[in-house]
Structures are given as structure tokens and as C-alpha cells.
Design a protein around this ligand. Structure first.
Ligand SMILES: [Fe+2]
Length: 342
């Protein structure tokens, strides 16, 4: 009986290995765990398959859910690449020690040094801008992130939750530029100026500014660009009522965040993973980020044709290493908690 069982076990094991190797010989696949939810990304993925013959199995979910899943799957995780938006979220994945080291001369040559870490890469950038109501605000009073904490704007500032990665990363930038004490003062001043308790996403803040519920708000640039490119009359009306400011142009530059990703430590298809990451830095993929989702390519030589980004014009961006933005997250969350920015 015992022998029978072990014979059977061996037979099953042999069968499994045969099955596995025949699958890998037949089709090349990439298992992509994505927390990006932009419709325009479809073309980005199908084009990779067209170019390489590698089929993408995509699992889309919220970043926390995906990270939890990768963590639980452990060494057996089928995930090859994790992509998401915001340095804060990539930092979380990194903290969980989920990424594996990629050695790619192509990625190192294409992506500027401040936009990559040892474990993950940025593929596009977005700026956190100030949006104010034309008739309610004196433009001179809203030129910097620090201005938004000035008591003269009491009751006029709208912004989403302080726990949201976009605001944590902004705080991480403020912390790197001004130190802990000034960042804590800034957060307190900002909270004291709130027009309402934080709610909604960035687009909701822009709408509230247009409607006069608040005078000024913070939003990521691609939300502004999306409204600028919209044909809907209600969106046109919103953009007619507001003005966009590039903050901190005279000092450290506007806070810039990223979308990015990396290869996972336990990736079963490492070669395909590196190919995919390299593809994301190609001219064609870079143009998709810009023209599809209104983000800026990290590869500066890439030509883009996006009327909204063009209309927004050039600006001075901060040059902080994305790794520092990631590292400061926890400290900023504490500062925001103490300031009461929920
Ligand atoms: Fe977003």
C-alpha cells in the first residue's frame, strides 16, 4: 500500500513537471498585478504582446489588496510585475520586501537617476498643483504650498484626506525641503484653513473650487488636464472658473510624483518581467502615458502631442529622489495625524 502510494506520487509529480514545461514552451506569459486603472492603458499592454509575443495576464485591484495577495502567495506567487501610482504606494511594496533586483542597462540609461530606486522604476510623472477660483482669490496669495497654510486663507482651502498617498507624498517633499518643525507648522496651518472636512478625490476638490465652496485646492495635474480635454459643457464651465498655479516656482519647484513599478522577488517569468519594464521605458510606451493619461514621460527625449499638457506649459519641477519621498511617508503620516488632517 505504502509503495503504491509513493509510486502514484512520483507519477503525479512527473506528470506535473511535464505539464508545466510544455506550457512554458508553448506560450510566454507575464503576470501583471496592476493598481493603475486607466482605460487608455489597454493599448499600452496589447502593444507589448504584439511586439514580443508575450501574453499579459492582468490582475487589477486596489494596491492594498494586491500587496496583501502577493505577500500571502509568498514564494508561490505567480506575480511577475507590480505597477501602481505614487511613490507612497511603491514604498509600501518595497517595505514588504516584495521587489527583486533588476539589472537592466536599458532602464538605467533611459530613466533619470532620481526617478528610480534599487528596486523600482518610475515610468511617468505628475505634478501636484494649486487650483484657485478666479473671482474669490488673489493670485499672489496662492503661489506656494506654504501659502495655503497662511491664516489669510482661513476657511478657503479644500483638499482630500491626509492619509491619501498623493498628500503623503506632498508632505514627504515638504519634509525633505523644509524639515520636521516647519512641516508640522505647515500641516497645522493648512488644517486650520480648511473650508470643509476632507472628502472626495482631486476632481471633487476642483469642482468645489469652481462652485465657490472653496477658494483654493490641491490636485494632481492629470485631473486638471482631463477636465481641460473634456468636451462636456459642465467640464468646460469648471475650467472657465478656475486658474492653475505651478507651486513653489521661485524655490524648490513643484512637487512631482510618479507612476511606476518593479519586478517581484518571486517572479516566475523574470525574463518577461524585465522585458516588460524595459518596454514601459520605450518611446512608444512613454508616449502612451502622456497622450493617454496626461502624464509626463520620464524619458525626456520622447515627443508628446497632448494639447492640455502643452497649454499648461513648462514649469520648474522639484528634483528630489523618489526614494526619499518614499522613505518620508511614515514620518509625514505622524505629522498629519498630530495636525488633525484626517
Ligand atoms: Fe489619481
Amino acid at each position: 500500500m505504502l509503495m503504491k502510494r509513493s509510486l502514484l506520487g512520483t507519477a503525479i509529480a512527473a506528470l506535473c513537471i511535464t505539464a508545466a514545461s510544455s506550457v512554458s514552451a508553448q506560450e510566454k506569459v507575464l503576470n501583471l498585478y496592476s493598481a493603475r486603472h486607466y482605460q487608455t492603458d489597454e493599448a499600452l499592454y496589447s502593444n507589448f504582446t504584439k511586439q514580443t509575443g508575450i501574453k499579459i495576464n492582468r490582475i487589477e485591484a486596489g494596491e492594498n489588496e494586491l500587496l496583501e495577495r502577493i505577500k500571502n502567495e509568498g514564494a508561490n506567487s505567480p506575480a511577475d510585475v507590480f505597477i501602481t501610482v505614487d511613490a507612497a504606494r511603491l514604498a509600501k511594496a518595497d517595505e514588504l520586501n516584495l521587489f527583486g533586483r533588476v539589472n537592466s542597462k536599458i532602464l538605467d540609461a533611459r530613466i533619470p537617476a532620481q526617478l528610480r530606486t534599487d528596486d523600482w522604476y518610475a515610468f511617468s510623472t505628475r505634478a501636484r498643483v494649486i487650483v484657485y477660483n478666479k473671482t474669490a482669490i488673489n493670485p499672489a496669495e496662492v503661489q506656494t504650498y506654504q501659502d495655503l497654510a497662511n491664516p489669510r486663507l482661513k476657511g478657503k482651502v479644500c483638499v482630500r484626506s491626509g492619509s491619501h498617498p498623493y498628500n503623503l507624498s506632498l508632505g514627504a517633499s515638504v519634509l525633505a525641503n523644509t524639515g520636521e518643525e516647519k512641516t508640522a507648522e505647515w500641516a497645522k496651518g493648512l488644517v486650520a484653513n480648511f473650508a470643509r472636512s476632507p472628502k472626495g478625490g482631486d476632481t471633487d476638490q476642483i469642482k468645489a473650487v469652481a462652485a465657490g465652496e472653496c477658494g483654493v485646492a490641491l490636485a494632481n495635474s492629470y485631473y486638471v488636464a482631463r477636465l481641460m480635454r473634456s468636451d462636456k459643457p459642465e467640464d468646460k464651465k469648471i475650467m472657465d472658473s478656475v486658474v492653475v498655479v505651478w507651486p513653489n516656482q521661485k524655490t524648490t519647484g513643484t512637487h512631482v510624483n510618479i507612476s511606476g513599478g518593479g519586478m517581484l522577488k518571486n517572479a516566475p517569468n523574470k525574463e518577461a518581467a524585465v522585458k516588460f519594464l524595459e518596454y514601459l521605458s520605450s518611446d512608444q510606451a512613454q508616449a502612451y502615458f502622456a497622450d493617454g493619461n496626461n502624464e509626463w514621460p520620464v524619458v525626456k527625449s520622447v515627443k508628446i502631442t497632448n494639447p492640455a499638457l502643452e497649454a499648461l506649459g513648462p514649469f520648474k519641477a522639484e528634483t528630489i529622489n523618489v526614494g526619499i519621498l518614499a522613505k518620508n511617508q511614515a514620518a509625514v503620516q505622524k505629522i498629519y495625524d498630530r495636525a488633525g488632517w484626517q
